[in-house]
Each structure stands twice: as structure tokens, then as C-alpha cells.
Design a protein around this ligand. Structure first.
Ligand SMILES: [Zn+2]
Length: 309
């Protein structure tokens, strides 16, 4: 072999070595980065394990989407390496609680908002419109804090709203207009004063009045939501704080979702006082908090059938 041949062979050898090094390093980086993502973010249980607790809805939203990306990575990992990844992933936020405040806004509203903000959670406010001094400002505060606003009728007067479908709808639209003026939105979620199974309505508007109203709401794109848990803050005589805590424990027990009834009225100071306890209790039970939104399927089935069990 001449000098030319030797030089050619040497060049080939060096080029092969460089190529091998560069390619190998790149591959190592790529696969390591790629699969460590799968390992760390999706399949390693978080410290403490168990249920996911959403104490910051924005972060939890990210986690939720992150989990979807993780699922894709898993499929790719299986395809490329034939590697078995243990199928332990389960949807997060599997236990959901909806805190619902009826009859507001009130002079307690700013304090309720402060507590919710402190815990980084969102709630749903079913509001009325009668006799409210700072009504629009309060509605704006609720809305701007990212909570859901729902319609609880303008007057909350049973004898008016349950006397006919037309009267109910007129009262509802009056309230809707006020919410719209304050926030620019027209909520499509409704809570009936007294609940969808209230008996007073029958006496006022006939046996089928609630069904007729419910049908009309559906026709116009509204959903209504009752509740399946309560802190008992509308009880007469009023519950003590311990009784209210017991009511939450007993009525929320084993339920998913929990739709918890609370009241936002000037007189309901104890509700305000035990709100931090309620939030921490439900978090401890593994619940994440969400708001009720337009078009949610299935929430109309939530009711008080098995209230105290
Ligand atoms: Zn009410």
C-alpha cells in the first residue's frame, strides 16, 4: 500500500471515529432526556402519593395536560424500545368538590373571596339580585377572581317564580341582565331556590311546575345544579360550628363529585368562620376544587336522595 492509500485509510478511520462519537453522544442525550421525562413527570409517584390535591388550579391544569403528553411518550417508548412501562398512571383530580355559595352577594363576599384566594381555589356563586347595595361591584369582584357565576333568580320569591314557567323565566332573565351589566357574561348555570325537588312549588304552580321549568331551561341551553352535601348553615335553629363540621363530614362522605351547599348571606358568619376548615377537610380527603360550567354533563343528577347516610 502506497502513502496515498495509507493516508486515505487514516482519514476514513478518523472520520468514522468522529461520526461515531458525535452520533453516539447525541443519541445518548436524546434518549436519556426523552425517557427521563416519562419517568419523572408521569410515572414516578409524587411525594406522598395518593390522590392529587389541586391547591392551585392553574398548576393543576398544567399537570392535567402534562399527563396527556406523558401518555404519548409512553406509546413512543414502547414502540421504540419495546420497553415495558408499568401502567400505574391514573387520571388526576379523580375526586372533585364544587363549593357553591347561594343567595349572595353579601357583605361577607369580600371575606369569602379572600379565603378562597388564600387557598388558591375557585368556587361557584349562585347569586340573587334583590336589595343589593354593592351588587355590581361585588359581582365584578367574584368574576374577576375567576370564580363561576350562576343564576339563582332575581327575587328568590317562591310565590312569584314558581307560579308559572313564564314568571320563572322573567325573573331569571332579570337577574341575567344584571349579571351581564356587571360582568359582560350571561351565565347558563342555574340553581333553583329551594332546589329542583322543592315541594313548595307544587302548591304554587301545580304538580309538574318544576319539570316544566326544567324543560324550558334545557330548551334555552341552561343547566341546573342541586347539591348533595351541606354544611347545614340554613338549619333552624342554627347549627353550632361543630354541628356544621359534622354535617360536612356526613353529607360529603364517599361522594364524587361533592356539590357542597353554602350560603353567602350577611347573617351567615359561621359559614365564613369554618370555610378554611371545610377547604382543608376536603383537601385532606383527596378532593380537588373546580367550578360549575355551562354544558357540564351529569351534574343535574346530583341531588339529596342519599343526603344523610
Ligand atoms: Zn337560595
Amino acid at each position: 500500500m502506497g502513502v496515498e492509500g495509507k493516508r486515505g485509510l487514516l482519514t476514513l478511520f478518523v472520520l468514522t471515529a468522529i461520526f461515531g462519537f458525535v452520533f453516539g453522544t447525541a443519541l445518548a442525550f436524546y434518549t436519556n432526556g426523552f425517557f427521563s421525562h416519562v419517568g419523572n413527570e408521569v410515572y414516578d409517584p409524587k411525594p406522598g402519593g395518593g390522590e392529587f390535591i389541586a391547591d392551585d388550579p392553574q398548576n393543576s391544569e398544567e399537570d392535567w395536560h402534562g399527563a396527556g403528553a406523558g401518555e404519548l411518550n409512553t406509546l413512543l417508548a414502547r414502540r421504540i424500545l419495546g420497553k415495558k412501562v408499568s401502567p400505574t398512571w391514573e387520571p388526576k383530580k379523580s375526586k372533585v368538590a364544587y363549593l357553591t355559595f347561594d343567595d349572595g352577594p353579601s357583605y361577607n363576599t369580600p371575606e369569602i373571596l379572600k379565603i378562597l384566594k388564600k387557598y388558591g381555589i375557585k368556587a361557584t356563586f349562585f347569586v340573587n339580585g334583590w336589595n343589593k347595595k354593592n351588587f355590581k361591584e361585588m359581582l365584578r369582584m367574584i368574576y374577576e377572581d375567576g370564580h363561576a357565576l350562576g343564576n339563582h333568580t332575581y327575587s328568590h320569591r317562591y310565590e312569584l317564580i314558581y307560579s308559572s314557567v313564564e314568571n320563572f323565566m322573567a325573573d331569571l332573565k332579570k337577574q341575567e341582565e344584571m349579571i351581564y351589566e356587571a360582568t359582560g357574561i350571561r351565565p347558563k348555570i342555574v340553581r333553583f331556590p329551594g332546589g329542583s325537588d322543592n315541594l313548595v312549588s307544587m302548591r304554587l304552580g301545580g304538580k309538574d311546575i318544576m319539570k316544566k321549568i326544567a324543560d324550558k331551561l334545557k330548551e334555552e341551553g341552561y343547566i341546573y345544579v342541586d347539591w348533595n352535601a351541606s354544611c347545614g348553615d340554613a338549619s333552624k335553629p342554627p347549627f353550632s360550628k361543630d354541628q356544621m363540621k359534622e354535617a360536612v363530614r356526613r353529607t360529603a362522605k364517599g361522594k364524587n363529585p361533592v356539590v357542597l351547599l353554602l350560603h353567602d348571606l350577611d347573617s351567615k358568619k359561621t359559614t365564613l368562620e369554618i370555610l378554611p376548615w371545610i377547604i382543608e377537610y376536603l383537601q385532606g380527603e383527596g378532593y380537588g376544587f373546580e367550578t360549575i360550567q355551562q354544558g357540564m354533563e351529569g351534574l343535574e343528577k346530583v341531588n339529596r336522595t342519599d343526603f344523610w347516610r
